[in-house]
Ligand binder design. Structure first.
Ligand code: DSN
Length: 446
């Protein structure tokens, strides 16, 4: 690998680990829906000398000298974000999604205020008020849910909003396979005078591609990570909409001050450059095609999984993501499927499903998605093949049952891990996964 020649010489151990990770990404099917393969151009920006610089403050208002070129980079990132999402204000400095969401709280709420978000086990994010997050401890968090059909329960959202009068409501989550109903949420938030924040971390790329509604006309604030469907580096953006500025003309300043000096120090300028590059890439017509293909692929995959007898939360998908309900195989079955698929070279994550009979660490579902496979160039035909392979692995481990007793569980999982390494069906699937990966080269020039 020419681009890492120096690293190889200076630190062969780290070089080897990176090389092994590259091989893993190349030779497996990356199906965690929050992951993607960023472009070589983004990698170059991230691996640049920008990491050397301190730049507390904002363009034109820095606390350190020598920021004339950093200002150019940050302004480009800001302008590109504003243009792509149609918003009047963007802050590109949040280190990642959780700090971005914390900044929204810091800008809008006081400790103890009532906030509302989708419950984690129903697809929500930790930072939307889950009990183990600071957001569930420093605020009075009211959590809403999905209905038995897997769609958001808007009647419950409205009833809770009227009852608790939240200061801030979140819409957007990490394990929801349908379009977020921004307009319906905005009516509820307006009715109770709440701020409405859309967390579009998962669907930002789909919004840009026009295959998911843009929340900008409906919400006051938008947060997103930049490394999921948006396909940039690990980072985040907070945007204030015109609706947000109409509600509070100082909202943009409050958000900026919440990030710096409120929560963060120097921005990661190499990441800012990577974000700017990713946003530039996302403005091209090819990116729209990419976003459309992600959804087509997810729908094709969902159909194949259903045809193979598997149950999906909400019965399918509108976006990039699928949530398989494994309760018919036993409580907490997600770990068996995740690990068996891992051995087969297919990476997914175990995930809670709505009303999960088990726990977040041993949930009864798996979550998977198509953004990374679509980046590799795979289409509906490949999704059909992959759907069958996934089903074969799921059925290969269908008889395992998670013991209730913790000690027994450790021994049982140890034995399970030994057995899946030698499972003939899983070996066959691994071989087919390798053959498929060889047809869709990843980073051929690295
Ligand atoms: N960890 C992210 C995800 O996988 O969806 C959310 O923060």
């Amino acid at each position: 690998m020419e681009w890492m020649k120096t690293l190889k010489e200076v630190d062969p151990e780290i070089y080897e680990a990176i090389q092994n990770e590259l091989d893993r990404q190349r030779n497996g099917l990356e199906m965690i829906p929050s992951e993607n393969f960023t472009s070589p151009a983004v990698l170059q920006a991230m691996g640049s000398i920008l990491t050397n610089k301190y730049s507390e403050g904002y363009p034109g208002k820095r606390y350190y000298g020598g920021n004339q070129f950093i200002d150019v980079i940050e302004e480009l990132a800001i302008e590109r974000a504003k243009r792509l999402f149609g918003v009047p204000h963007a802050n590109v400095q949040p280190y990642s999604g959780s700090p971005a969401n914390f900044a929204v709280y810091f800008a809008i709420c006081k400790p103890g205020d009532v906030i509302m978000g989708q419950e984690l086990t129903h697809g929500g994010h930790l930072t939307h008020g889950w009990k183990s997050s600071i957001t569930g401890q420093y605020f009075k968090a009211v959590q809403y849910h999905v209905k038995p059909d897997g769609y958001l329960d808007l009647d419950e959202v409205r009833q809770l909003a009227l009852q608790y009068k939240p200061k801030l409501i979140w819409v957007g989550s990490t394990a929801y396979t349908r379009e977020f109903p921004f307009e319906e949420f905005s009516k509820i938030a307006d009715e109770v005078g709440a701020y409405l924040a859309a967390d579009i971390a998962h669907v930002a790329g789909l919004v840009i591609a026009g295959v998911h509604k843009n929340p900008a006309p409906y919400v006051h604030v938008i947060t997103t990570t930049t490394h999921k469907t948006l396909r940039g580096p690990r980072g985040a953006i907070i945007m204030v909409t015109q609706k947000g500025l109409d509600k509070d003309p100082e909202l943009a300043d409050k958000i900026d001050r919440a990030i710096f000096p409120g929560l963060q120090g120097g921005p990661h300028d190499h990441t800012t450059a990577g974000i700017a590059v990713a946003l530039n890439e996302a403005s091209k017509p090819e990116f729209k095609e990419y976003g459309k293909q992600i959804v087509k692929n997810a729908k094709a995959l969902a159909e194949e999984l259903i045809n193979n007898g598997l149950k999906l939360v909400s019965g399918g998908t509108d976006n990039h993501m699928i949530l398989i309900d494994l309760t018919s195989f036993g409580k907490g079955h997600g770990i068996f499927v995740q690990e068996a698929l891992d051995v087969a070279g297919i990476t997914v994550n175990k995930n809670t499903i709505p009303n999960d009979p088990s726990s977040p660490f041993y949930p009864s579902g798996v979550r998977l998605g198509t953004p990374a496979l679509t980046t590799r160039g795979m289409k509906e035909g490949e999704m059909k093949i992959i759907g069958k392979l996934i089903a074969q692995v799921i059925y290969a481990v269908k008889d395992y049952r998670l013991p209730e007793d913790k000690d027994e569980r450790v021994e049982y999982l140890k034995k399970f891990r030994e057995e899946i390494k030698n499972n003939e069906m899983i070996k066959i699937v691994r071989q087919q996964v390798s053959e498929l990966c060889n047809k869709f080269l990843l980073y051929p020039n690295l």
